[in-house]
Design a protein around this ligand. Structure first.
Ligand code: 6GU
Length: 230
C-alpha cells in the first residue's frame, strides 16, 4: 500500500513511520507513506497557498490550484482508490472504514487547515471525506496519521501474529477481553484462575463472556446491531 499525504505542515509526519509496527510495515515493503508539501505547488513567488474567503468572514481558505496541481501530478503517476479529505464534517472513522480502506493499493490523504479548502476541491477532486471524531483539530494532519496507522496495521504481514488484528476491539463489535501476564500474583492481586488452568475451551468461553460483559458495561451502543443484546 502507498499513502500520499498532502499537507502544509509536512513536519507533523516526521518520525511517523520510524517506530514500532509502522516501521516494520515500511521495512517489509508493505506500506509506504509519501508526504507532499502543499507549498511546493504554490502558484506564485510568494509561495501562496491560501487566500481570503469570497464574501468575507474570518479565516483563510486553502486555494484550489496548488491542491489540484499536486493531486493531478500524483494521479498522472498511478491510479488511486480514494482521494480522502480529512475534515471534521466527514464520515466518522470506524474499524469498518479502516478495514475497507486497508484493501486499497494507493490512497491520497488531503489535510485541510485554517477555515478549510475551497469548496470546489470537495466537489471535483475528493472522493471521500473522513473525520476522526466530533472535536476540532487545528488541521487534518493528526487525523491523517490516525487513519494511516489504523489502516496500515491491518495489512497482511504487518502484525507479528497474523490473527492479532482480527482479535482487536471493534472487529466484531465487542471490546477485547482483559489480558494478564506473569506474575500470577502481585501484591495479592491475582490473575483469574481460569487463565492459568490450561483448560483452553474454558478460557475461550471466559474471554467471550468478558467481552460481552465489558461491552455491555462500557459501550452498550456497540451491542445494538450485534444480536448479542440480553
Ligand atoms: Cl479530519 N480534521 C480536523 N481539522 N479536525 C478534526 C478532524 C479532522 N477529525 C476530527 N476533528
Amino acid at each position: 500500500m502507498r499513502i500520499d499525504i498532502i499537507t502544509c505542515v509536512p513536519a507533523m509526519f516526521s518520525g511517523l513511520m520510524d517506530q514500532s509496527i509502522l516501521k516494520r510495515a515500511d521495512d517489509k515493503g508493505l506500506a509506504q507513506i509519501h508526504v507532499h508539501n502543499l507549498r511546493d505547488y504554490a502558484i506564485n513567488k510568494q509561495n501562496q497557498i491560501d487566500d481570503y474567503a469570497f464574501g468575507g468572514g474570518a479565516g483563510m481558505v486553502l486555494m484550489i490550484e496548488p491542491i489540484d496541481k499536486c493531486i493531478t501530478q500524483l494521479r498522472s503517476e498511478r491510479s488511486y482508490d480514494e482521494v480522502i479529505y480529512m475534515s471534521p464534517d466527514g464520515e466518522l472513522l470506524s474499524q469498518g472504514i479502516s478495514n475497507e480502506l486497508s484493501l486499497s493499493k494507493n490512497l491520497i490523504l488531503l489535510c485541510g487547515h485554517y477555515k478549510g479548502v475551497d469548496e470546489r476541491v470537495r466537489e471535483h477532486l475528493v472522493t471521500r471525506e473522513v473525520s476522526i471524531g466530533d472535536y476540532v483539530l487545528t488541521g487534518g494532519e493528526l487525523a491523517a496519521a490516525v487513519l494511516a496507522d489504523s489502516v496500515i496495521r491491518l495489512l497482511p504481514g504487518v502484525m507479528n501474529d497474523e490473527t492479532s488484528a482480527l482479535t482487536d476491539s471493534f472487529q466484531d463489535d465487542l471490546i477485547a477481553p482483559p489480558v494478564y501476564t506473569r506474575p500470577a500474583e502481585y501484591k495479592e492481586w491475582k490473575v483469574p484462575e481460569v487463565l492459568t488452568s490450561g483448560h483452553q475451551a474454558k478460557i475461550e468461553e471466559w474471554r467471550f463472556d468478558q467481552q460481552v460483559a465489558r461491552t455491555k458495561a462500557k459501550r452498550p451502543d456497540l451491542l445494538r446491531d450485534s444480536g448479542l443484546k440480553d
